[in-house]
Write a new protein. Structure first.
Length: 285
């Protein structure tokens, strides 16, 4: 556990693993930029020790934390006060202390939606067929984001169909489910597609799909951001489709937590993006 002695409030990213998380870079950049006292670190917690860590937040001068895999569901369960979005996902990635109570939110939804609002304004005007590849925790956040932006049709495509069916049932009976074997049919005339699987991530096989059935106005996005432009996004771009990379989701999901912990709302800027991109590039080379 990190024992950095620092002036001002402390926050951190916690989960397992956290060694490669870029969240400290983001939050400490904002702290410095705004001239605020405080520090954002990393604390590795297995599910066994996570509840104790959360119960000792105040004692250790923490005002809250971000929570990553595998502790997001536990974080939700341990909180005293939960936002509607956290309730919807039964999982939390942001915890903060307020009047002695532990509050929980799921800011992945805001991260997803705000990234698209920034990079593809008006993106939600054409959600008449949105296809989500994958059915994990990230897919759940994205379904909620799409429903909040009034998507009229959502299709989940997943290798394990039962997992997609379970996820669909949690949200709406109107969500369709397809296996990866039928991905071409699922993609037919889709106006929006998002990859939430780990395919295409550095060290993983690529996500190879035929995108020729797409509307020329379709928007393609990926939550993978290492590499920044995945092969999937590259091939969409080559087809003339609009693409949005996944880095902005990471940057935007950080905003509400920082505001709760340190009292000021930070901005996602080109300078911050460049800083994180440079760090990602350094690791790649
Ligand atoms: P997260 O919570 O970050 O979304 P996850 O719950 O592990 O992560 O979900 C990973 C997603 O990637 C799942 O939809 C998984 O498919 P399964 O449900 O069939 O496991 C998908 N995925 C991972 N590796 C895959 C592969 N090689 N081919 C197809 N889908 C894959």
């Amino acid at each position: 556990m990190s024992e950095i002695l620092t002036e001002g409030p402390r926050a951190c990213i916690t989960g397992h693993p956290v060694a490669y998380s870029r969240s400290p870079l983001i939050h400490n950049y904002w702290l410095k930029l705004m001239g605020l006292k405080g520090h954002y670190g990393r604390v590795d917690t297995s599910p066994e020790i996570f509840p104790d860590f959360v119960r000792s937040l105040a004692k250790n001068n923490y005002v809250g934390c971000n929570v990553t895999l595998p502790n997001k569901e536990l974080a939700y369960q341990l909180a005293d006060v939960k936002t509607e979005r956290a309730d919807r996902l039964q999982a939390a990635n942001t915890l903060w202390l307020e009047n002695g109570k532990l509050h929980a939110d799921n800011t992945d939804i805001e991260g997803f939606v705000s990234n698209l609002d920034e990079r593809a304004p008006g993106w939600h005007a054409h959600l008449d067929k949105a296809v989500i590849l994958g059915a994990g925790g990230a897919a759940a956040a994205i379904i909620q984001g799409l429903l909040e932006r009034r998507a009229t049709k959502i299709v989940i495509v997943n290798r394990t169909v039962e997992k997609a069916e379970q996820l669909a049932r949690r949200f709406s009976t109107l969500i369709e489910v397809q296996s990866f074997d039928n991905v071409s049919a699922a993609l037919d005339h889709a106006s929006f597609i998002v990859n939430t699987t780990s395919l295409g991530m550095k060290g993983q096989p690529p996500l190879a799909l035929n995108l020729s059935h797409f509307h020329h106005s379709a928007l393609v996005t990926d939550i993978v951001y290492v590499p920044l432009i995945t092969d999937f996004l590259k091939s969409a771009q080559e087809q003339g489709l609009k693409i949005v990379d996944g880095l902005g989701m990471l940057l935007h999901q950080a905003v509400p937590g920082f505001e709760h912990w340190f009292g000021q709302r930070p901005r996602v800027t080109a300078e911050l993006r460049a800083l994180i991109e440079a760090d990602l590039f350094q690791v790649k080379s």
